[in-house]
Ligand binder design. Structure first.
Ligand SMILES: C[S@@+](CC[C@H](N)C(=O)[O-])C[C@H]1O[C@@H](n2cnc3c(N)ncnc32)[C@H](O)[C@@H]1O
Length: 237
């Protein structure tokens, strides 16, 4: 792993007023990394200045691996990948003969997906989406349970997108006890930094609580390839 840059001081002074989302910044480190083939960028907690996560952009730009393809064997009906990036999961799902759509805010991610003929919508997942209440499976992987920094709000949105009986697969934090919501920023090894945005890190235990509050029912928790996944269903009644 290349050495992360210290968080720029100017941004560290920013208060908790973030309104942007991860990836909404067309000239920020994430879009630049996708366009330039940079392998990883760094996610910081603005208040503490601590490095929270190394974002594996290389994985987003690769094909789905066997553990990820196995996720697609679960659930039925059309699949919606929220925060799909360049949409490797949508591509894998469609290759398996199942209809799928990706949603992402990032201009670079959407352009890369579209260039490969993968169907994506460039839109916030909190905006109106096609097929609300009819999706068989929703994906929130690669840390995307962090989007918006309010896991309950996000899971309530997922509930509304799913058909009754439909399922969401969430990748949770490796540490099951983690439950943190914070203002974050991204930076890269060249010292470029993003606008600030709200983000969350959620382990499997906290996810149970957030999901229950959102009306979702736990159906399975498992690990694969060193990653932790949790599946929740929208009850049929
Ligand atoms: C940690 S990355 C995960 C990327 C990814 N799952 C992939 O396969 O490439 C988070 C992704 O969520 C997207 N995102 C963040 N906030 C979003 C929002 N409100 N609506 C849609 N996408 C969002 C970002 O642009 C970014 O691509």
């Amino acid at each position: 792993m290349s050495h992360p840059q210290p968080m720029p001081e100017m941004v560290a002074e920013t208060t908790d007023e973030a309104s942007d989302y991860f990836g909404s910044d067309a000239t920020g480190p994430y879009d630049s990394a996708l366009r330039e083939g940079v392998r990883q960028i760094f996610l910081y907690d603005l208040a503490s200045g601590e490095l929270v996560d190394v974002i594996p952009v290389w994985r987003f730009s690769s094909r789905a691996d066997r553990h990820e393809r196995a996720l697609l064997e679960r659930g039925t009906g059309p699949l919606l990948d929220l925060g799909c990036g360049p949409a490797r999961m949508v591509q894998a799902c469609m290759s398996a003969g199942r209809p799928a759509l990706g949603v992402d805010l990032s201009p670079a991610a959407c352009e890369l997906a579209v260039a490969q003929g993968i169907p994506v919508l460039r839109r916030s997942l909190f905006d109106a989406l096609p097929g609300e209440g009819r999706w068989g499976t929703v994906l929130l992987i690669d840390g995307n349970i962090g989007i918006g920094g309010d896991p309950q709000r996000l899971l309530r949105r997922v509930f509304a997108l799913l058909t009754p009986g439909g399922t969401v697969i969430v990748e949770s934090h490796a540490d099951a006890t983690v439950d943190a919501s914070f203002t974050a920023m991204l930076s890269d090894a060249r010292g470029r930094s993003s606008a600030t945005f709200r983000w969350a890190s959620v382990g499997a235990y906290a996810l149970r609580h957030h999901a229950r509050r959102a009306g979702l029912r736990l159906t399975r928790e498992w690990t694969a390839g060193g990653r932790t996944f949790c599946e929740y269903a929208r009850p049929t009644t």
